[in-house]
Design a protein around this ligand. Structure first.
Ligand SMILES: *[C@@H]1O[C@H](CO)[C@@H](O)[C@H](O)[C@H]1NC(C)=O
Ligand SMILES: *[C@@H]1O[C@H](CO)[C@@H](O)[C@H](O)[C@H]1NC(C)=O
Ligand SMILES: *[C@@H]1O[C@H](CO)[C@@H](O)[C@H](O)[C@H]1NC(C)=O
Ligand SMILES: *[C@@H]1O[C@H](CO)[C@@H](O)[C@H](O)[C@H]1NC(C)=O
Ligand SMILES: *[C@@H]1O[C@H](CO)[C@@H](O)[C@H](O)[C@H]1NC(C)=O
Ligand SMILES: *[C@@H]1O[C@H](CO)[C@@H](O)[C@H](O)[C@H]1NC(C)=O
Length: 534
């Protein structure tokens, strides 16, 4: 397919990266053309690596091989099915950092696990993004020849065979009336467990849109690596209901968060990029980035363009008297704008930048920069320098969605100062704003983004996180973060530390033109890179 580049786009030539010399016009390089040896920052990268080593040692001492570290009680918990979630989620970060002793431990553990059995009810979504994504990514990285690989071949090959056996064990979730996956399963009995939602007094078997639309990138990769097409077919069948939404969403391309698994029809109409829908939108463009010659991935790309255009038109909004600040609003289940946002939606900046660069769309790139700046502003305005879980603002008429905020001096003062007010002040190891800042750096080449991520790293790497193993905090606007929360998420190892580290390495380490990140920051090797493999 040939795309004509408009004059408006040419004006933005500095932002829109070059089209690969030997490929069609639709194949565009997305990373900024960084001259070799420029921009890396070894001391910063080393500091992030040392944070990984320190936290891994704490996990290993107190929690291994349980799923997650409980830092305050010096113990661990099996909240992700008992297979060592932190090991699998953290492995590819250790590979990228070249921590060969730690990687060796992790590979041996993974080799020993039976992923077809669990003492717990398992969730398909977490199995896919953390375990299958983490296994495939580590396999891809070690096979790429770009990272140290002194390990026994059988340990490396086990990454792929374990991913396949896990995906096979969980495959009964697709045996629903429509093929939309059920959310949970008892692996011992094979019994599939449906989630339900009650809407207008009626109960439905349902799944959220993110659960139904987030396996497609991993499943494409799994089919391509194993030659077993059943994974790709399952994922496409589910995705079909999402990219042909019925009834149509209130704002084009901005689908609701809940789908009826018996009929494939949407049962809520809450537009936005928030939790529940987030990674469905994310994978629309990433599946195309993974395999741009796949016809189905092209349909997903087209849906993403509608989503991005509709976001610009309908939900990218400025708070009252703050034209400098852009947030992406969510809406309630009936489509009314709420002038509020959650942390999860902060991945949008990076996703808009990736797709905008890939498709040569200056309007989408422009929103990507604004949305990333909006989420970074949160870090700049809290006492701890970390972002809250949810926040809201007064709309163009100086009104909040929830009327309790309209006459409250506390919220009014906060909004007058910062442009927004905090609803949920906790910080739960969130990666999304850091992720978007990483994309903004790699795509625009502007080093201010590196400085932002360094500042965020410093806000995380405080005395607090050295005296007790790193813990989540209850209030980003209280000294020291308020009360510490007894938990370290596996995605702190997978996402937070990896996006930070990659902000300071050479930019050809996990180039965005050779790898595409799953929603848990696990990089998968692009099937057909625009610039070829280096
Ligand atoms: C799986 O089902 C079996 C049989 O009903 C039951 O004994 C077991 O407790 C279930 N597993 C979990 C984790 O609930
Ligand atoms: C959900 O699915 C189960 C199994 O297919 C079915 O028995 C049940 O009636 C469904 N529940 C609703 C509320 O439709
Ligand atoms: C629930 O009721 C609202 C308001 O009448 C309506 O807009 C919406 O479509 C209904 N949802 C479903 C799933 O029927
Ligand atoms: C906020 O941003 C300004 C300008 O970039 C910077 O000087 C300042 O240190 C930042 N403050 C925080 C808390 O990040
Ligand atoms: C602001 O108020 C006007 C007049 O009531 C209304 O037409 C408009 O839709 C409102 N704007 C917002 C963002 O609510
Ligand atoms: C305003 O909100 C704060 C924080 O939730 C609350 O403590 C306070 O009572 C509220 N004030 C009024 C007048 O409602």
């Amino acid at each position: 397919m040939v795309v004509r580049v408009s004059h408006a786009l040419l004006a933005l030539a500095a932002l829109v990266p070059a089209v690969a010399a030997h490929s069609s016009q639709t194949c565009r390089i997305v990373q900024h053309d960084f001259p070799a040896g420029t921009n890396k920052n070894d001391p910063r990268a080393e500091a992030v690596k040392q944070a990984y080593v320190r936290e891994w040692n704490q996990y290993y001492k107190y929690a291994f091989p349980r799923d997650d570290l409980l830092p305050l009680t010096h113990s661990g918990t099996n909240d992700l099915f008992g297979w060592g979630a932190t090991v699998v989620d953290g492995l590819d970060t250790a590979i990228v950092m070249g921590l060969t002793d730690i990687v060796e431990e992790q590979l041996k553990h993974i080799y020993s696990v039976d992923f077809t059995k669990s003492a717990y009810i398992v969730d398909f979504f977490d199995i896919n993004i953390r375990y299958i994504g983490g296994l495939l990514s580590s396999y891809d990285l070690l096979k790429s020849g770009k990272f140290p690989n002194p390990y026994d071949e059988h340990l490396v090959e086990a990454l792929l065979s374990q991913a396949k056996s896990l995906a096979t064990a969980i495959s009964p979730v697709f045996d629903t009336v429509t093929g939309l996956p059920a959310s949970q399963m008892n692996l011992t009995t094979g019994e599939v467990i449906q989630s339900t939602s009650t809407i207008n007094g009626t109960q439905y078997n349902s799944t959220n849109t993110a659960q139904a639309g987030t396996m497609i990138l991993e499943y494409y990769r799994l089919s391509d690596l194993t030659g077993d097409e059943s994974f790709r077919e399952h994922a496409k069948k589910a995705e079909n209901f999402l990219i042909n939404p019925s009834p149509p969403p209130i704002y084009p391309g901005l689908v609701g968060t809940e789908v009826n698994t018996d009929t494939g029809k949407f049962i809520t109409f809450d537009a936005g990029w928030e939790a529940g829908v987030d990674s469905f939108i994310e994978y629309l463009i990433k599946t195309y980035q993974y395999d741009h010659s796949d016809e189905y991935a092209q349909q997903m790309r087209d849906f993403w363009v509608v989503t991005a255009e509709s976001t610009i038109k309908n939900i990218a909004l400025n708070p009252y008297h703050r034209p400098d600040l852009t947030f992406l609003s969510q809406s309630d289940t009936n489509g009314n704008l709420m002038w509020s946002m959650d942390d999860y939606a902060c991945f949008a900046g990076g996703n808009l930048l990736l797709g905008g660069a890939r498709l040569g769309r200056s309007d989408i790139l422009d929103l990507g920069v604004k949305a990333t700046d909006g989420c970074h502003w949160l870090f700049n305005t809290t006492l701890t320098g970390l972002n809250p879980s949810t926040w809201a603002w007064y709309n163009a008429n100086d009104t909040a969605y929830d009327s309790q905020y309209n006459d409250n001096a506390t919220y009014r003062a906060e909004a007058a100062k910062n442009g927004y007010f905090i609803e949920d002040p906790s910080y739960r190891d969130y990666p999304e704003p850091i992720e978007s800042i990483f994309y903004a750096y790699r795509i625009t080449g502007d080093t201010r983004w590196q400085d932002y991520n360094w500042k965020i790293f410093q806000a995380l790497d405080t005395e607090r996180s050295k005296s007790v193993p790193y813990a989540e905090i209850s209030n980003v606007d209280e000294p020291g973060g308020g009360e510490l929360i007894n938990y370290v998420a596996s995605f702190y190892f997978a996402e937070v530390l990896k996006y930070l580290y990659l902000s300071f390495t050479e930019t050809d380490v996990i180039s965005l033109d050779e790898f595409v990140f799953n929603t848990e920051c696990h990089p998968l090797r692009i099937k057909e890179p625009c610039g070829g493999f280096t």
